[in-house]
Write a protein that binds this ligand. Structure first.
Ligand SMILES: [Zn+2]
Length: 111
C-alpha cells in the first residue's frame, strides 16, 4: 500500500467530507497525514481491490453504493470495522507466558 499525501487527484475528485480514496494498492489523500485508524480503513480497501480484482471491485463497490448507500455498503462496513480493530498478531497482554508462570507457592510440574 502506497499513500500519496497532499494529492492533487484527491483534491480534484474527492468530496470534502472524505479523507482519502483507494485505487488498487494506492491511497490518495488531500491531507498531509492520516490517522492509524484511517490507514487501517484504507488497507481494508486495498485488500478488497486485490480480492475482487481491478475490473470487478469498482463495479461491485458502485453497485453496493447504489443499493445500500455509503454507510451500509458491505465494503465500507468491513473497512470501518477494521479501522476500529488494530490487527492483533500477538496474544493479548494477559495471556503472555509471564502470566502463566507458577506462583512461588504452587508446585512445579503439575500443569
Ligand atoms: Zn472506505
Amino acid at each position: 500500500m502506497k499513500v500519496r499525501y497532499r494529492s492533487r487527484l484527491a483534491k480534484l475528485i474527492l468530496p470534502k467530507r472524505y479523507t482519502a480514496i483507494t485505487l488498487g494498492s494506492r491511497v490518495f489523500t488531500p491531507l498531509a497525514s492520516l490517522s492509524a485508524g484511517t490507514l487501517r480503513h484504507e488497507r481494508a480497501h486495498v485488500e478488497q481491490w486485490k480480492r475482487h480484482g481491478i475490473a470487478r471491485f469498482p463495479l461491485l463497490y458502485f453497485w453496493y453504493h447504489l443499493r445500500h448507500g455509503y454507510e451500509r455498503n458491505p465494503f465500507e462496513m468491513e473497512a470501518h470495522r477494521r479501522s476500529r480493530q488494530p490487527a492483533r498478531r500477538r496474544p493479548p497482554a494477559a495471556a503472555t507466558p509471564v502470566e502463566r508462570r507458577p506462583r512461588p507457592n504452587e508446585e512445579r510440574g503439575r500443569n
